[in-house]
Unconditional design. Structure first.
Length: 496
């Protein structure tokens, strides 16, 4: 299998190159040249395997330049001994044919661990293959959870530096503490006076800045990305949709009409992975895209007009506070007949005017594949409380956005097809918002809030969060949004 760029189909590289580089030099994203199929017999076989086995098979279909032994070694390293009970993606049945797919049993308590425990291993193997012997500099823009998961995944990985930028006012107290206390000889963390989109735009510009990349190269370094623009982050996410299907089958669920997946969405990486799983042959019915008050995707999926010219809201689900969803570019490429000119043109319009409109053919395909909805913070809180009172299940703010949007979808359509709601973070990552949703007054200190939430609900505090109590922050800097480049040079000890 080879990978091409969403903005230039002449590009053809093996998976190792796509992962090592992160983004194509033309600014486009790497995509596989075809989607491998899982036939009914393949799915049957996958059902009999554990998560590691399922992951190795799915990855093997996409990373054809990696040896099976290499893939198994990466997958075992990522998933064994790192997730509660070695179950990275368990289903938790709720009620009425609805399951929660819990993806927060890893070291940072959010779903980003599923990809970011694996990516450093894939990247190290990829850089060995591409043979340029360069030190890899991972640049990350985070809306909260990617940063910590990437720091955990890459800390003290040989021949790698990692630099994380997060919006100073845009992350939860717990997320900030998780990042600021990160240890490791190769890690750099910097808050920026701006929002996630500012951070992501600057980081993407640095990847394709010829002067900066030349300076790095002259010093034996090259950039790569741990954001979901990197293919190596998306492919591990396809696995848990395949695995959820296998778990439903094994349980004897009635899947005559397939099942819906409901995904709390920000950068469109997670739901795009579900789209690939569907294209591979997993019987996913609708892809239900849930947004918070930053509802640019809801409007886009319903009207075909993407328009980021709107207020940016800081919400209780900060990891979804995004107006420019990078991975949409991959979906558009697939739905417009892989027309790189068209995609490049839409992205150019987006950069210039903040807006583009897809043609009717694409709009129709979107309508067939997706349902979409959004909810504000009050509806998010009501969903946390409602789900808890009805089922005893405690969800975090992001998962609650999905639960609220699904509830509205089901009420509107009466559609009782089984549904899997992707539960993307532990409620303990956002203890103050979750407590308030339950009608409590949240203590000002985040650790008191953890204790209070545990007392109130009788659920345990995940160890990675309670352990933060003892840690002292190692980082405290905050830079202007125009100064990211200078911060990168400083972190690497370089000057122009
Ligand atoms: C990152 C994140 C999301 C959004 O996922 P995307 O792949 O960016 O759409 C949702 N919930 C949580 C908890 C996250 O960390």
């Amino acid at each position: 299998m080879e990978y091409t760029s969403t903005r230039d189909r002449a590009v053809r590289v093996p998976a190792a190159r796509a992962i090592a580089q992160g983004i194509s030099a033309d600014g486009g994203l790497f995509v596989p040249d075809h989607i491998p199929a899982l036939f009914p017999d393949d799915l049957k076989r996958l059902c009999s395997l554990d998560y590691v086995g399922r992951a190795a098979e799915v990855l093997g279909l996409y990373l054809t330049d990696f040896s099976p032994a290499q893939i198994v070694s990466c997958v075992r390293g990522a998933y064994l001994g790192r997730f509660d009970a070695d179950k990275p993606a368990p289903l938790h049945p709720l009620a009425d044919g609805v399951d929660m797919l819990e993806l927060w049993h890893g070291p940072t308590c959010a779903f980003k661990d599923l990809a970011l425990q694996l990516l450093p291993r894939l990247l190290t193997a990829a850089v060995e293959k591409t043979g340029d012997g360069c030190k890899t500099v991972i640049l990350v823009a985070t809306s909260g959870d990617t940063g910590k998961a990437a720091l955990e995944g890459f800390c003290d990985v040989e021949n790698t530096e990692i630099i994380v930028f997060y919006p100073s006012e845009g992350v939860s107290r717990m997320q900030k503490l998780q990042m600021d206390t990160q240890r490791g000889g190769n890690v750099h963390v910097c808050a920026i006076a701006g929002n996630f989109d500012d951070a992501q735009t600057s980081v993407k510009q640095m990847f394709t800045d010829p002067q900066l990349t030349a300076l790095l190269r002259a010093n034996g370094m090259q950039f790569s990305s741990a954001n979901s623009i990197n293919w190596g982050r998306l492919v591990p996410q396809i696995v848990y949709y395949v695995s959820a299907y296998c778990d439903l089958v094994t349980r004897g669920a009635d899947l005559q009409n397939g099942f819906h997946v409901v995904v709390p969405t920000g950068n469109f990486g997670n739901i795009l992975a579900a789209y690939y799983a569907k294209r591979m042959g997993v019987p996913i019915s609708k892809l239900i895209c849930a947004s918070n008050a930053n509802n640019v995707l809801t409007d886009f999926l319903q009207t075909g007009v993407y328009d980021r010219n709107r207020p940016f809201y800081t919400t209780t689900s900060p990891s979804m506070d995004i107006l420019v969803s990078s991975n949409l570019e991959r979906l558009l490429f697939a739905l417009c007949g892989e027309n790189d000119r068209k995609v490049a043109d839409w992205q150019a319009q987006l950069a210039a005017t903040g807006r583009f409109t897809v043609d009717d053919a694409v709009k129709d395909k979107l309508a067939a594949l997706f349902a979409a909805g959004s909810c504000d913070d009050a509806a998010t809180a009501a969903a946390i409380r409602g789900v808890y009172e009805k089922t005893g299940y405690l969800c975090d703010t992001h998962t609650a956005v999905a639960a609220a949007v699904y509830g509205a979808y089901r009420a509107r359509t009466g559609d009782a097809t089984p549904a899997v709601i992707v539960s993307t973070a532990s409620p303990y990552k956002f203890p103050a918002s979750v407590l308030e949703a339950l009608g409590e007054i949240a203590p000002a200190d985040p650790f008191d809030a953890l204790d209070r939430l545990s007392e109130r609900t009788g659920t345990p505090i995940p160890a990675p969060l309670s352990d933060l109590r003892q840690r002292k922050p190692c980082f405290s800097g905050c830079c202007e949004k125009t100064q990211l480049r200078a911060a990168v040079l400083q972190s690497l000890g370089l000057s122009e």
